[in-house]
Design a protein around this ligand. Sequence first.
Ligand code: SAH
Length: 394
Amino acid sequence: MSMNIQLRRKAISHVKRKYPLLVKDDFVKVPNYQEGDVVTLVDQEHHFLATAYLATQNKGDGWVLSFQPNEKIDVAFFTKKFQLAYQERAHLYQDEATTAFRFFNGEGDGLGGLTIDYYAGYYLFSWYSEGIYRHHEMILQGFKEALSDIIGIYQKFRYELPKGQTRASFLWGNRAPEPLIIKENGIQYATYLDEGMMTGIFLDQREVRRTIQEQYAAGKNVLNTFSYTGAFSVAAAMGGATTTTSVDLANRSLEKTKEQFLVNQLPLESQKIYVMDVFDYFKYAVKKELTFDTVILDPPSFARSKKRTFSAAKDYTSLLEDAIALTERNGIIVASTNAAQFNMDKFKEMIHQAFQRTGKAYQIEAEYQLPVDFKVATSFPEGNYLKVCIIRNK
Ligand code: SAH
C-alpha cells in the first residue's frame, strides 16, 4: 500500500491540469518519506488525483508518474513508456544521416528525473535524483523489454552523490569504442560515453547546427565562442565556411576541436582554435579590428573563471553588445542559451536592449527551441529550456 498525500487547493488544480512536478509546498502535511517512495496524491475528499514518486532534486520534490487510478508502477509500466518513446522517434532511427538523438526526455515522455540519449546503438542514462535511481532495476528491465537492439548502456548521475562515488559509469552490454563516431545530418562527431559528465556533443542543438551549415556558412568567416569541442565550427566548415575561429577557455577544447575537424577530413589550416577566455578574445579582436560574418554565442548559463563570473540571466545583454561590435553589417549572430531562469520573450528583450544600446538595427530571422526528440509536456512548457535566435545585424 502506498502512502496517501493530501494536496493543497492550488496544487490540486495543477495536478488536474496534468502538471507533473511536485514541491513540498503542495502537500497539506509533509510526510516522513524516503527518496523514491511512490505515493498516491489525493484531494480534500481523499479522492485519487495521481500517483507520484518523491525525490529531492535540483528543482522540486517529486514527479507524477500516472494520472490513471490503479495504474501499477511495475516493469510493464516502464516498458510501455519506452515503447511509446521508441515509436515517437521512429523517423530518427530510420534516418541514416543521424545516429544520435534523445531517446527519452524525462517528464516530456512521462517520467521526470530520467533522460536517455541514443548514440549509434549505445544508450546513455542520466539519473537526476536518488529517488528515481532507487527504481533503476525495474526501469532497466522495462527498457530491455521495450528495445531489441541495445549494444551497450552507460550512465551519469546528475545529483549530489556521497563522497567518493563515481558520477559516470559503464552499466551493461558491450563497451563503446573511444571515440564513438556518431553522425548528425551527415556530419561525423567524435563522442566519448565514459569520459566525465559530457560526451563531446550537445544533442539538443541538432537543428541549429543544421541551419548554420545550410544557411549561414558558405563563403563566411565564422566565430564560434564558448566552442567546447567545436561542433558549431565543424557544421560551419562542412557548410563551406571560408574559415572558422573557435574560442573556449578549457584546455581540453584544443585537442577535442581538432579531432572533430579531422574525423570529417576537414583541413585544419583554415581553422583557428584559441584556448582563451571569450571576453579576452573580444578585446583582442577589437584591437586587431577583426570582424566576422557569423558569430555564434552559446555560453553556459553560469560560469566562473579566474577573472570573472558569467551569468546568462545578468550578463547576456552585454555579451551580445560585445558580439555586435565584431559582426559585419548584414552579418548573423546566433544567440543561444539554455538558462532556465528566463524564457524566450525575456531573451528577446535582452537582444532588443543590446541592439538599442549599440544603436544598431536588427532582425530575428529564425528561432529555435528544443527539437522533437527532446519532447516537452504541454502542461510543462518550462521544460523547453533551449532558446536560440538567429539575428541579422542590419
Ligand atoms: N557551444 C558548445 C557548448 C558550450 S558548453 C557546443 O555547442 O558544443 C560551454 C563551454 O563554455 C565550455 O566548454 C566551457 O569551457 C566554456 N566557457 C565557459 N566560460 C568561458 C569563458 N569565459 N571563455 C571561454 N569559454 C568559456
